[in-house]
Design a protein around this ligand. Structure first.
Ligand SMILES: Nc1ncnc2c1ncn2[C@@H]1O[C@H](COP(=O)(O)OP(=O)(O)OP(=O)(O)O)[C@@H](O)[C@H]1O
Ligand SMILES: [Mg+2]
Length: 302
């Protein structure tokens, strides 16, 4: 894929909640067409980082430059920026009283004041692309978790964002629906959309990423090509992190076996097993969800 000019630059970004420092002088550049996948243990600051990029959290220090504009300037017009920085969360947060199509049209028509015909053409294009044009008149309660999440992605894309931020968008989905949502994101990546993806799906991370950003305790610990990261992570911390996935995968009875060793590194370089296991359909759950009973695992906490 062709990587273009710089879209986003984060310099020495700091964020605290009270006394707790959550982002510790984080520095990162994203170029046009690049897909950055951010991985790391729970609580390391991944969601906070994305939320700072979208103005959902005020920052305590450092700079964020997006398209040449300093977002850390207090004058930043966030409602304008959010039209250019699309974000999709774990909980799709569609408007319940609007149909899928109306949800998608809301941003372009009401916020961006685009012509209805133009917005409609774009909505049709994207909803068709995610295989939901025939469900355009359904209300969110009539859609499965995976379908709702695909509508949420289309709703963000309909604004023509310059970058998309995805925060664990499959975390509350039934395994079969995880696949359909990840496929949508993978196709967007292939088309050259710039994105930052936070995910715990390691096989997907490997497949979609141009770069893997591994975070721990508010810092970027590794910034590497996916093959290098998964085959031979540079740090002990990343090795331990990846071993957890391997450990979960094989249900090793003895945690001591999950301790990093050369052998363990060699084996865990096969995260695709993990994904295949997760992609196995749980038919009943998927069927229930498709019939409007909602995702099998519920909404989950943000
Ligand atoms: N609004 C908040 N107020 C106080 N502390 C917060 C708030 N939001 C996040 N934190 C804390 O900031 C740290 C980073 O949280 P964050 O949600 O960014 O982690 P994460 O890497 O996204 O984790 P996960 O993988 O579980 O989603 C955690 O210690 C969390 O408890
Ligand atoms: Mg998070």
């Amino acid at each position: 894929m062709l990587i273009g000019q710089e879209v986003l630059r984060i310099m020495d970004l700091e964020k605290s909640f009270g006394q707790r420092v959550v982002l510790k002088k984080l520095t990162l550049t994203v170029r046009q067409g690049e897909v950055l996948v951010v991985v790391g243990p729970s609580g390391c600051g991944k969601s906070t980082l994305l939320r700072c990029l979208n103005g959902l959290e005020p920052v305590n220090g450092g700079q964020i430059v997006f398209g040449g504009q300093y977002l850390t300037d207090p004058q930043t017009n966030w409602s304008q920026i959010r039209q250019r920085v699309g974000m999709v969360f774990q909980n799709y947060e569609l408007c319940p009283h609007l149909t899928a199509l109306e949800n998608v049209l809301l941003g372009p028509v009401k916020v961006q004041k685009r012509k209805k015909t133009e917005a409609m053409a774009k909505a049709e294009h994207w909803l068709t692309r995610v295989d939901l044009w025939d469900r355009r008149d359904s209300y969110p309660r009539q859609l499965s978790g995976g379908q709702k999440q695909r509508v949420a992605i289309v709703r963000a894309l309909a604004m023509d964002p310059e970058i998309m931020l995805f925060d664990e968008v499959t975390a509350s989905l039934d395994p079969e629906m995880v696949r359909e949502v990840l496929d949508v994101i993978l196709n967007l990546a292939k088309e050259g959309l710039t994105m930052i993806v936070v995910t715990h799906e390691m096989a997907f991370a490997r497949a979609v990423a141009d770069r893997i950003i591994f975070m721990d305790d508010g810092r970027i610990v590794e910034d590497s090509a996916p093959e290098a990261f998964f085959r031979a992570p540079a740090t002990e911390r990343a090795r331990r992190f990846l071993n957890v996935f391997h450990y979960d995968d094989i249900h090793a009875p003895n945690p001591a076996k999950a301790e990093p060793s050369k052998d363990a590194n060699a084996t865990k370089a096969e995260p695709s097993k993990d994904a295949n296991a997760k992609a196995e359909p749980s038919k009943d759950a998927a069927k229930d969800a498709a019939e409007g009973l909602g995702p099998a695992k519920g909404g989950g906490a943000p």
